[in-house]
Design a protein around this ligand. Sequence first.
Ligand SMILES: C[S@@+](CC[C@H](N)C(=O)[O-])C[C@H]1O[C@@H](n2cnc3c(N)ncnc32)[C@H](O)[C@@H]1O
Length: 277
Amino acid sequence: MAAHETAGRGALAAINHNAKEKTIIVPQKSYTVFADIYDTVMRDVDYIGWAEYVLQLAHRFDFSTSSVMNLACGTANLEMQLAQHGIHHVEGLDGSRDMLSIARKKAKDNGLDIGFTLGQMQSFKLSHQFPLILCLYDSINYLCEEDDVLATFQRVAEHLLPGGGFIFDVTTEYNILANFSDFTFAENFDDFSYIWENRYNLVTKVCVSDVTVFQKQKGSGEYRKTTERHSQKIYPQKIIRMLLDKAGFDILGDYSGMTMEKPTHKSERIHYACRLR
Ligand SMILES: C[S@@+](CC[C@H](N)C(=O)[O-])C[C@H]1O[C@@H](n2cnc3c(N)ncnc32)[C@H](O)[C@@H]1O
């Protein structure tokens, strides 16, 4: 979630806060309560453009889209857009039961037969392979150990048909420092409000986001407060390249945020298009 466009545009407040006294909280797992509000918070994310971009990359490198696995699919926003392009053989995998339950409902409401799997991207095992696997929107950054990134790349390799394509992205340190570190975002709706506090550790390269949600309860009308923690790690390009190589991938292209241009030190996100050797 580290780099979503909504944070800048839709936020009521972006407060650059320094150390201040706080109540000690024990945050719960990420993408539990946040799942309920995810689509509203991400309402300005350009999933239409994102699907077009992925398809452009697939076309450029001749990756078949006859069946696609979307790792860390979240609430299936990309799947909805891929369906608009006639790509119906899509599967999604995510580690959050709550995100998947929204994804399943969305697919059903739209008459789409999408297979969803609850699982961790670093350890999933399916009985079939795909010509194309995706993992988008900073999801790789949720893997805070290098070994887990390698394990994910290896799982992807195992689930690709020979010569298959892998398209994914990572958020950059530039993005975290420019748009997130020490910033708090908040929005206030009729049925919920949220406060999203971010801090980045330059040494560990981990951005910790505490998202506090106040949700109106059906019936009583009272608000329930919960806080969940999201941790995302920044990986330099050379590490990503080394891990991809180790897992058996050739990098066909690396691109700056939804463009066909090479990444620069001001890229907020880097997209990789890779082929299994
Ligand atoms: C920023 S959201 C992106 C969701 C979706 N790709 C999108 O574009 O809206 C990150 C997603 O990664 C999932 N996730 C984080 N760590 C994961 C893991 N180890 N295995 C599987 N899913 C994971 C979260 O549950 C969440 O749905």
